[in-house]
Ligand binder design. Structure first.
Ligand code: PEP
Ligand code: CO
Length: 458
């Protein structure tokens, strides 16, 4: 077991005593402290009641009684904090959850990668173009993506801007939901323009008709409208990467014990930073929120057990969401030993599958081999193959795959290839907008949910 401080020694700042990776170096310490002080004094983005409610739902998912759908952008940007982008993202997540609920017969917990998904881990601290080397782009929370020295310098004030944009995003989402946007009596409201042209239109329409009929049947039986159906829950999540930023928003609340990271409901620890004894694990072991942990090829069974012991020593229900991301080629060999280890330890976790991050390819498109542009993409079939194998592997071990995690958008982008429309590498540049990883577009995401539903037995 790696050496770490004991629980009583924890504070939101103890992570500073151990090794922290993927952190920018801010040139102006005074400006940094003043931004952190301001962040700590602003009202939080979420409340401890909401966080507790999510923990309870995740505990039910761990029992196989709910299914988790987590999805959204790889990286949100300040620029894309726009009403139609947010509404489309909400729509696709609602539609997917509707399809998954219908197919799996389980209530779906909806968690967006939004309202704070502004920080990115990078494989290199620097980027070189035409002989010029600058700091890497680490997400809008830290710096700007333009390739100039001033844009790439870490700016503490961006944390305040991100807080405001996250609040605007959450406010809009809450208002849409309160206004009946997600009313299951009218799933036809959620149709996006281009569902008209989708090859899956008929299947989706049939499903929404059936849901409408079931609702009316329930209402006839009970003699009253099914009010709960007018309101759906939506939770926010982001990678808790920039530790000073998370720490500044971690507070104690009246009448409750412990510390709450009120910048989001469900922070997760990225694959590169989920290392026992390092700063991210030290920070996240002290908060009361549920915590997601990315699990990949380098996660040995022993490392996973160490992470579980550190992050959830009392084995609290609903606390840990494991998000495995191996790639379609590697999951069959890598996942079973981890399931065995967790089963042997009898620890409670929610297993979910991120079929995106192990399936990233780089292709060269346009012009000749040497002169074309390098583009990151993912194949729809690889993504689907990883999810399908994940269901199979868990089932074969009497374990449960209790959720899925996607990078997606409600926009008609061209970032992943394949799907019903058969997007090819040559079509990638038509609408490639992600600043970091490629996302499923609206149609691909809906198709993915329909195909997973078949797998769930619907
Ligand atoms: C991500 O979720 O965007 C990400 C960087 O994933 P991972 O930590 O699994 O590589
Ligand atoms: Co990503």
């Amino acid at each position: 077991m790696p050496k770490t401080t004991t629980p009583t020694e924890w504070s939101p700042q103890t992570w500073r005593n151990v090794k922290a990776t993927h952190q920018p170096i801010y040139p102006d310490a005074v400006a940094l402290q003043s931004a952190l002080d301001e962040l700590a004094s602003l009202p939080p983005l979420v409340t401890s009641w909401e966080v507790e409610s999510l923990t309870n739902q995740l505990a039910e998912a761990q029992q196989g009684e709910r299914f988790l759908l987590q999805g959204g952008d790889c990286a949100e940007t300040f620029q894309e904090c726009r009403s139609h982008v947010i509404a489309s993202k909400l729509k696709i997540l609602l539609q997917m959850s509707l399809v998954l609920t219908h197919g799996g017969g389980l209530p779906v917990i909806r968690v967006g990668r939004f309202a704070g998904q502004y920080a990115k881990p990078r494989s290199d601290d620097h980027e070189t173009r035409d002989g010029v080397t600058l700091p890497a782009y680490r997400g809008d929370l830290v710096n700007a993506s333009e390739f100039t020295a001033s844009a790439r310098a870490p700016q503490p004030d961006r944390m305040i801007q991100a807080h405001a944009r996250s609040a605007i995003t959450l406010n809009f989402i809450r208002s849409l939901i309160d206004g009946g946007f997600a009313d299951l009596h009218h799933p036809e409201y959620w149709d996006l323009d281009f569902v008209q042209h989708s090859p899956l239109r008929d299947e989706y329409r049939r499903m929404t008709r059936e849901i409408g009929q079931s609702l009316r049947f329930l209402e006839t039986l009970s003699g009253a409208p099914v009010h709960e159906m007018r309101r759906v829950d939506f939770f926010a999540s982001h990678e808790g990467l920039l530790l000073p930023h998370e720490a500044a928003q971690t507070r104690q609340v009246p009448h409750k014990t412990g510390w709450w990271d009120l910048s989001t409901h469900l922070p997760w620890i990225g694959y590169r930073t989920a290392i026992p004894g390092d700063a991210h694990v030290e920070f996240f072991r002290g908060i009361r929120n549920p915590v997601g942990v990315k699990v990949g090829p380098a996660t040995t069974p022993q490392r996973l057990l160490d992470l579980l012991t550190l992050l959830n020593p009392s084995d609290q229900p609903g606390k840990i969401v494991l998000i495995h991301r191996f790639g379609a080629h590697a999951i069959a060999a890598s996942l079973p030993p981890l399931i065995d280890a967790v089963q042997k330890s009898r620890r409670r976790v929610l297993w979910t599958c991120d079929p995106m991050h192990g399936n990233t390819d780089t292709v060269r498109i346009g012009k000749g081999q040497e002169t074309g542009t390098l583009v990151k993409t993912r194949k729809f079939d690889h993504i689907l193959a990883e999810v399908e194998q994940a269901f199979e592997i868990h089932k074969s071990k009497s374990s449960v795959l209790g959720g899925v995690h996607f990078e997606l958008t409600g926009e008609e982008v061209t970032e992943c290839t394949g799907g019903a429309r058969g997007l090819s590498d040559d079509g990638l540049m038509a609408a490639y907008r992600s600043p970091v990883d490629p996302r499923l577009n609206y149609e691909q995401a809906l198709e993915m949910a329909l195909l997973i539903t078949r797998r769930l037995g619907g």
